[in-house]
Design a protein around this ligand. Structure first.
Ligand code: GDP
Length: 299
């Protein structure tokens, strides 16, 4: 089983060197050090708004408490990053009644299907969850979800390629209700080549689920590959225009991604990260925890 990548990109090493060098030469947290830190954090994908907020807090703390040693500065920085992440920490919604519905959105390859399967297994698997294969555009997508469903013993609602994805969503919600399942997890298409078709397709799925359920899907999560960096922000904005998002599932954090993207997104879109993917196996999905995440960043 894999875990959150521990500081694999080395940016924290760079921060450490920067802080140590600056304090040795100039003895305090000054504007030059803050500028160097800004550069390192931006390189780590943290995003300008979050970087500015965190460094402003560090500036104030340094002048109030006189942070002098590299360890003091680094632990202050670490605490500020964790605090920044905690502002948007939220666990998965508790649906008012069964079935709860989780709609997963995101571009192809981001990890939607895998995340759908991991979620289905973790939400109780057989008897508790129904999976819906709403990517009817790619036949392979439905087959891939079916393979997962067979493996974890969770039924998959599918229709033939080319059928209406919103109809699959509707059937999945109805099936979950009829079979007394607690959750319906919907996998959707993510072909960005036909962006406007995709966006109206997703908006329709959202509407149809709301009609079937009497409330909007309890979670509308954007699945985002952490290694896409700042492109994640534009993906989140794009998908958010057709379906109001409730949060993110950030995948592939076991890889070489710089992780800072999580801070950029939570700050700039005010969206919580609810889940993180840390591997390809069914157990490799974790609830997001700001403290653990920052610990892993700092190694
Ligand atoms: P989709 O096109 O959005 O449905 O993406 P898939 O679920 O098919 O995932 C694309 C690839 O990413 C697959 O090879 C998955 O095994 C892999 N993947 C998904 N999530 C993770 C993760 O958290 N870590 C790693 N290392 N690979 C992942």
């Amino acid at each position: 089983k894999q875990g959150l990548a521990r500081n694999r990109s080395g940016w924290v090493e760079q921060v450490r060197r920067t802080v140590t060098g600056a304090l040795r030469v100039r003895g305090r947290v000054d504007e030059e050090l803050l500028a160097e830190l800004e550069e390192s954090l931006l390189e780590a994908d943290v995003g300008l708004a979050a970087v500015e907020a965190v460094l402003e807090a560090l500036r104030q703390q340094a002048s109030a408490e006189g942070l002098r040693s590299p360890d003091q500065v680094l632990s202050a920085l670490r605490a500020l990053l964790a605090e920044e992440l905690r502002r948007h920490q939220q666990s998965l919604a508790t649906p008012p009644e069964a079935p709860g519905v989780i709609l997963l959105l995101g571009v192809n390859g981001s990890g939607k299907t895998t995340t759908a399967a991991k979620l289905a297994a973790q939400l109780g698997g057989a008897g508790q969850v129904i999976l819906g294969a709403c990517d009817t555009f790619r036949a392979a997508a439905g087959e891939q979800l079916q393979v997962w469903g067979d493996r974890i013993g969770v039924p998959v609602i599918r229709q033939e390629a080319g059928s209406d994805p919103a109809a699959v969503a509707f059937d999945t919600v109805q099936a979950a209700r009829a079979r007394g399942a607690r959750w319906a997890v919907l996998d959707t298409a993510g072909r960005l080549q036909t962006r406007s078709n995709l966006m109206s397709e997703l908006a329709k799925i959202h509407r149809v689920v709301e009609r079937a359920l009497g409330r909007p899907a309890d979670e509308r999560l954007l699945v985002l590959d952490a290694s896409v960096g700042q492109n994640g922000l534009s993906q989140a904005r794009l998908f958010g225009e057709s379906v109001p998002l409730t949060g993110l599932a950030v995948t592939k954090l076991d890889g070489t991604a710089r992780g800072g993207i999580v801070l950029a997104i939570t700050r700039e879109l005010a969206l919580p990260v609810k889940l993180i993917g840390v591997g390809e196996g069914v157990d490799d999905l974790q609830p997001f925890d700001a403290g653990t995440f920052v610990d892993a960043l700092f190694g």
